[in-house]
Design a binder for this molecule. Structure first.
Ligand code: ZN
Ligand code: ZN
Length: 167
C-alpha cells in the first residue's frame, strides 16, 4: 500500500468514465538518483484518470522539486520541474510498457517514479554560465578571480628547468 495508490472502482463500473485525480506526497518519499534527489517540497500528481476497454489510462503531469549540488561549483541547487505522465494500466500488463490494474486499484508510484527519476539532471548547474571552481586553487570563480595560470607549464619540463648550467 503506497501513498500513490488510487481506487478506480467507480470508473471500472462505468465504461468511458473519467475523472481528475490530484495526489500530493512529500517528494522526499520518492528518493532520487545519483547526483540529484527530490526535496521535501510536495510532489503533486495531477492527472485525468479514464476508463478504456483495455483498462485505465492516466494522462497529466507530475510537479516536484529536486535538490542537488552544482556539478561545477558545488553550490546547492534547488529547482522545481514538471514532467508529463501518460500511462496505461491493464489486467495483464506488458512488461516495460503498461502497468498492472490490481483489483479495483492502480498504483501510480511506479509510473511516477519512472517518469520523475528519468527527468532528474545527472549534472545540474546552479546557473547555465557557472564559472565553476578553479582546478588549481579551488577558489569559486563565480565569487572572485584568482591568479592561477589556466595553462600551466608541462610538468615534464620541470626536470630540465631544474638543471643549472655551470661554465
Ligand atoms: Zn555552479
Ligand atoms: Zn586558482
Amino acid at each position: 500500500m503506497t501513498a500513490l495508490r488510487c481506487n478506480v472502482s467507480d470508473l471500472l463500473h462505468h465504461p468511458a468514465a473519467r475523472r481528475p485525480e490530484t495526489i500530493s506526497i512529500p517528494g522526499r518519499e520518492l528518493g532520487g538518483v545519483a547526483g540529484a534527489r527530490l526535496s521535501s517540497a510536495p510532489l503533486v500528481v495531477d492527472v485525468m484518470v479514464e476508463r478504456i476497454p483495455e483498462g485505465i489510462v492516466i494522462h497529466g503531469k507530475v510537479t516536484a522539486e529536486y535538490e542537488s549540488e552544482c556539478s561545477r561549483c558545488l553550490a546547492p541547487v534547488r529547482e522545481a520541474f514538471s514532467v508529463p505522465v501518460n500511462e496505461m494500466f491493464e489486467r495483464l500488463p506488458i512488461d516495460g510498457e503498461t502497468y498492472p490494474l490490481e483489483g479495483e486499484e492502480i498504483d501510480l508510484e511506479l509510473p511516477v517514479r519512472d517518469s520523475v527519476l528519468l527527468d532528474l539532471p545527472t549534472a545540474p548547474l546552479c546557473r547555465d554560465d557557472c564559472a565553476g571552481l578553479c582546478p588549481f586553487c579551488g577558489i569559486d570563480r563565480n565569487a572572485s578571480d584568482c591568479t592561477c595560470d589556466p595553462n600551466p607549464p608541462d610538468p615534464r619540463w620541470d626536470a630540465l628547468r631544474a638543471l643549472t648550467f655551470d661554465d
